[in-house]
Structures are given as C-alpha cells and as structure tokens.
Design a protein around this ligand. Structure first.
Ligand SMILES: Nc1ncnc2c1ncn2[C@@H]1O[C@H](COP(=O)(O)OP(=O)(O)OP(=O)(O)O)[C@@H](O)[C@H]1O
Length: 618
C-alpha cells in the first residue's frame, strides 16, 4: 500500500494524463487528476478501461500485447471516447510496472493539445528567429547609417537635406563648419529662413523663389553658382550649390543640397579681374604717354629752352624760376607763336614733376564730345563702346597738364574742369568711379581773356583758379633784340639736323629780319630760318619773307582786332595749302611748312571753313 500510495502521489504530480491498468482484468487501478480531466469523471479505479476505447478494441489489444512483449510501447492508432461520447485522438505511451507484468502505466497525450503545443513552439521559434532577424537588420541598418554619417561627415562639401516642407533633415559637419550653425539649430526647421533669407545685395530672398525648394517642386536638379548663404555670425559666404530631389520608394521626400564655399575663389577672381583691368589701364596709359613723349621729342619745343636776353625774356626766365618749384597754376597769355608752350615746358622741366610727363591738351580743336572723352577718358559701354581709354587728365597724373587755348573749351566742360580741379578727383565718361588726381595745371590763351570773361565765354571762377600766377609772352616785334640770338640758335639747330655747314648771316639779312613785324612771332621766325637753311646752299643765308618783306614800319600798328588776326591766320593757312598742293601731313605738307601738328591744321581748316577752291591753282 505504501508503494501504491507513493506511486499515486507521484502519478498525480505528472503533467499529463496517467492511468495504471490491470491488462488481464481490464480494470483501472489508478487514474491521476489529469486523466480524470481528460476522460471524464468515470475514469475511476475499478472501472473497465476498454470502456474508453473508441471502436477499435482490437488495436488496443494488439498494443497491450506489444507493451507486455516489449515492456514499453507507444501508439496513435487507438482513439478514446470522452465526455458525452466525443472521440479523442491521443498518443498512448505505455510501460509495464515492475511488480506485475499485467500492471501497465498508460500516459495519454491529447494529440490536439500536443499539436497546439507544437504550433506554439513553432510560432515561438519563428518569433524568436524573426526577432533575431529584425535585430540583425536593425544592427545592419544602424551600421549602414553610421557608415553613411561617416561618409557625409568626411565630405569636404557642405551637405544638408530638406524634406518637402522645407525642414532640415540632416546637416553634415562641413556644412556646420562653413555656416557656423550647429545641427540642433537647423534640424526640423525651415533652413531657407536661417541661411538663405536674403540675396547678397540685401534684398529679401523669398523661399518660393529658392531653387532648392524648386528642386522638389519641379523635381529638377538645380545648379546655382552665384548666391550667398548667411552664417550664424551674420556674415555671408559666397556659394555654389547643386540641389537634387530625393525619393523614398518612388515618393518625393525632399531635396539634398551639396554646396561649396567659393568666397575666396570669387575674391581672387575679382582681384584678378581688377588687376587685369589695372594692367590694361596702365598699358593704355603707357601707350598714350609714350605717344605724347614721342610727339614731344619731335615737337618744336623739344630742342631748346626759352631763348633770348631781352628784358622781357629775362623777366619771363625769372618768373619761370620762381613759379616752377611750386604747384601753383600758371596762366600764360600771348600772341600765336609767341612762346607760350615753350614757357610751359620750361616750368614743367624745372618743377619736381619733371620725371612725369607734361601732357599738352589743345582745347577747342575737336568736337565737344570728343574733347570730353580726350580730356576725361572714357569707359567703353553703351553709346560709346570700345576699349576703355584714359584721358589727358589721367595721363598727366603726377605730372603737368598744359591746357592750350583754354578759352576755346566749351562752357559746360569748363564747369566740369573747375569741379575736377577743386575736388582733385574725376570720373571717366560713362564711369561711376571717381579717380584721384594729382596734377599741376598750366593754361594758355592767345585771346584777351578778360574780354572773354566779360563776354561770358570763359568762366570767371575757372579763370581765377587758373590765373594764380600769370605770365605774358611779349610779341617778338616788341623785343627785337632777341632776333639775332634766336636766329643764330635756330640756324644752328637746323644745320645740325640737316647736316649742313652754318651759313653766314649778313648784316643786311639780319636787318631785314629785325625790320620785319613778325605777326606769327617766334614760330614764324623759326619757319623763315628753317626754310632759309634749306634753300641757302651758297654759304650765305638767304631769307624770304614771302608776302611780307615789308618793313616793320608799314606794320607798326601793334594792336589788331581779333578778326584781323583770324584773317591773317586764315590767309597764311590758305597760302600754305596752295604751296603744298593741299597736302597737310608729311615732310612736304602744309603742317611741316607751318610748323604745326597735322591734326591742328586739319581742325583749323575745318574751323575756318577753308574750301578747296581757295587754294586750288585754277
Ligand atoms: N623764347 C623762345 N625761345 C626759343 N624758341 C621759341 C621761343 N618762343 C617761341 N619759340 C619757338 O617758336 C615756336 C612756337 O612757340 P610756342 O609753340 O611756344 O608758341 P605758342 O605761343 O604756344 O603758340 P600757339 O599759341 O600757336 O600755340 C616753337 O618752335 C618754339 O620753340
């Protein structure tokens, strides 16, 4: 009994239905609680076990035989009846109990429950495996993201992403460094309002116009090369960027922007452009300076200084000495050919500016517009395209500007010139930029300047500014004592140039020269001597005074009207054209004969309206 009791206690603890039967007597000896729950309350000791077998009792008997024979066996071939007659599929596991061969322990496993356990087990297994797979995938993706972050952060270009609402989704390290904003400042916020809100010129940049937002609106890649992003410290950086729409499984997700800070490059480009412009400007200036210098070398005043020892010339020398070292403006008056330019040249040569050029600008010989451009220079845009050029003012910078025939400068240009001289800065025509100016001005006029001012043809304020130091060149007829020295010096220069022996100047010739009234002053004397040097081959100087030849006495009227002067100039020019057959330039031209620049002769022909018929032979 003790054994049975202990067996019963043990059976009751089993987790499955267990029944001990006497196979020979077909009697239940014991059924544990689980067996009673499975088979119903009838499963009690003393009951027949075969009563619980569904139909196929034979199968059960065969099974019992196998158990008795093998001591243990199992089967799923036997079905049981439970409860109200329901069929129950079970797995029967049986073994002989040692105390009697017919005492058999049956373990009944409900196959429904067994399969359910199996399904649960499978599900759990699947679940466990799925969980692990998911974990693996998660690890994989977080590793991938980490790798991507590393790549994005290692990139030298700034990279940021925006979603379709324009909010920042990520910002790489380079972008943070270039912009000075941290990721926290930008993530989830509309980045346009933070870094792209204004154009470089300070005007508002609407998000609607922003190509980055357009990238995902129009789903196009946009490249921009000339915009600014604003740093956290308020400074703009010049950027070029490309914005590309991005998709998540074919659905537009936003845009990614890759940008580069090109501030330094743009600055260098600008510097380079400016340097090239400066080089071009310098080249232009040097070319022009060179042209001026070349002209000055061949110019009539290049070969000598102011010649003469008359009291008038000595006074002029003294004045030159006095004023040259100062920067004071000088106003030189005197008749045509009286030596105004040569005095201006001497002042410049004795000044501290002598290493820089003396630029000679003749006012009034060309059209007003051309004169403005020649004086102020111009920038080649719009109406006046072509290369930028520097004007006389600019060329004279650091040196001296000699404004010849200043009274002929149109009134509006007189006003502009006055402003420039007062402000010491000027603008080229078509240019917005002011340029600093450091020049000394010497002006001259053959006209009666006071009269010009009184007639309103010359601005008084400009005259006052320019005439700080006036010098008047006395006409040659009023300082005849200089004629022998001038003749000798000019003859010397000419013969040297012609490689000729110096001819003798007889007393009679000298007297003729001394008696002549010289309306063209020293220029005329010079022309006469030069021509004489060419034609005098017999050892003596033979001078021809042309229509003149008349004695000074016949011309003693020293004061002539402006009109008379103009008529004389005109007649002289017509005579020169007649002599040269209308040719102006070249060795045999009227300009050489008159000792004037061809351009001046052309402009005088135009100004004095000289027609071909006037000088033509027939
Ligand atoms: N005192 C002088 N000594 C030497 N040469 C002189 C003198 N005066 C004038 N000349 C010569 O006479 C010519 C004309 O002189 P210059 O050009 O200076 O005159 P100007 O008064 O400026 O004439 P314009 O009003 O026609 O321009 C030049 O060849 C110049 O060298």
């Amino acid at each position: 009994m003790i054994v049975l009791f202990s067996n019963e206690a043990m059976l009751n603890r089993l987790p499955s239905a267990a029944i001990v039967i006497d196979a020979a007597a077909d009697e239940i000896l014991h059924a544990n609680t689980k067996a009673q729950e499975l088979l119903g309350p009838d499963a009690q000791p003393g009951q027949r076990f075969s009563g619980f077998i569904y139909k196929d009792l034979a199968a059960f008997i065969v099974f019992l035989d196998e158990v008795i024979y093998r001591r243990q066996a199992w089967t799923r071939a036997v079905q049981l009846i439970v409860g109200d007659g329901d069929r129950l599929n079970v797995e029967m596991r049986a073994c002989q109990l040692d105390d009697s061969p017919n005492r058999i322990l049956l373990l009944l496993i409900d196959l429904e429950e067994f399969r359910w356990h199996e399904r649960v087990t499978d599900t759990e297994k699947l679940h466990r495996e799925g969980l692990m797979g998911w974990r693996r995938a998660q690890e994989f993706f977080s590793e991938l993201e980490h790798q991507n972050q590393l790549i994005l952060n290692a990139a030298g270009e700034g990279i940021y992403g925006v979603n379709t609402k324009g909010q920042t989704t990520f910002v790489n390290r380079a972008a943070q460094e270039m912009l000075g904003w941290d990721t926290e400042d930008l993530l989830g916020k509309p980045i346009h309002n933070i870094i792209h809100h204004h154009h470089q010129d300070g005007s508002v940049y609407k998000a609607h116009d922003c190509p980055i937002y357009q990238a995902f609106r129009s789903e196009k890649v946009n490249r921009v090369e000339d915009e600014v992003f604003w740093r956290k410290d308020g400074r703009p950086i010049q950027v070029e960027y490309i914005s590309t729409p991005i998709y998540d499984r074919n659905v537009l997700a936003g845009a990614v922007v890759i940008f580069r800070d090109v501030t330094e490059r743009k600055l260098n480009d600008k510097k380079l452009r400016e340097a090239l412009a400066e080089v071009a400007e310098l080249r232009d200036r040097l070319e022009k300076e060179n042209a001026y210098l070349q002209e000055a070398i061949t110019n009539e005043r290049a070969h000598h200084d102011v010649i003469g020892h008359s009291p008038a010339i000595r006074q002029t020398h003294a004045k030159i000495k006095l004023v040259a070292p100062t920067d004071a403006p000088v106003f030189i008056t005197g008749e045509i050919g009286a030596g105004k330019a040569i005095v201006a040249n001497s002042i410049h040569k004795e000044s501290s500016r002598k290493r820089r050029p003396l630029i000679q600008f003749r006012c009034g010989s060309i059209s007003r517009r051309a004169m403005e451009m020649e004086l102020f220079g111009h920038v080649g845009t719009g109406e006046h395209s072509g290369p930028d050029t520097s004007g006389a003012l600019e060329l004279a910078n650091g040196g001296t500007l000699y404004l010849e025939d200043i009274c002929d400068l149109p009134l509006d240009l007189q006003g502009e010139l006055l402003r420039v001289l007062q402000d010491k800065k000027f603008k080229r025509v078509n240019d917005a930029r002011f340029r600093n100016l450091n020049i000394r001005v010497i002006a001259s006029s053959a006209k009666n300047v006071e009269q010009e001012v009184a007639l309103g043809r010359f601005r008084e304020d400009l005259y006052l500014l320019l005439s700080v130091f006036p010098i008047h060149c006395i006409p040659l007829r009023d300082r005849r004592e200089d004629i022998p020295e001038l003749t000798a010096r000019i003859l010397e220069i000419m013969c040297e140039r012609l490689n000729r022996k110096l001819p003798i100047v007889t007393e009679r010739t000298m007297q003729t020269l001394m008696d002549y009234h010289w309306p063209g002053n020293v220029r005329e004397l010079r022309n006469v001597i030069e021509r004489a040097a060419i034609v005098s081959t017999g050892g003596k100087l033979i001078v021809e005074l042309g229509q003149a030849g008349q004695k000074a006495e016949t011309h003693l009227r020293t004061v002539r009207t402006e009109k008379e002067m103009q008529q004389e100039v005109r007649a002289n020019l017509v005579a020169a054209l007649r002599e040269t057959g209308g040719r102006v330039a070249g060795k045999e031209g009227a300009a050489a004969l008159l000792d004037m620049k061809p351009t001046t002769v052309y402009s005088r022909i135009e100004k004095l309206q000289i027609k071909d018929q006037e000088w033509c032979a027939d």
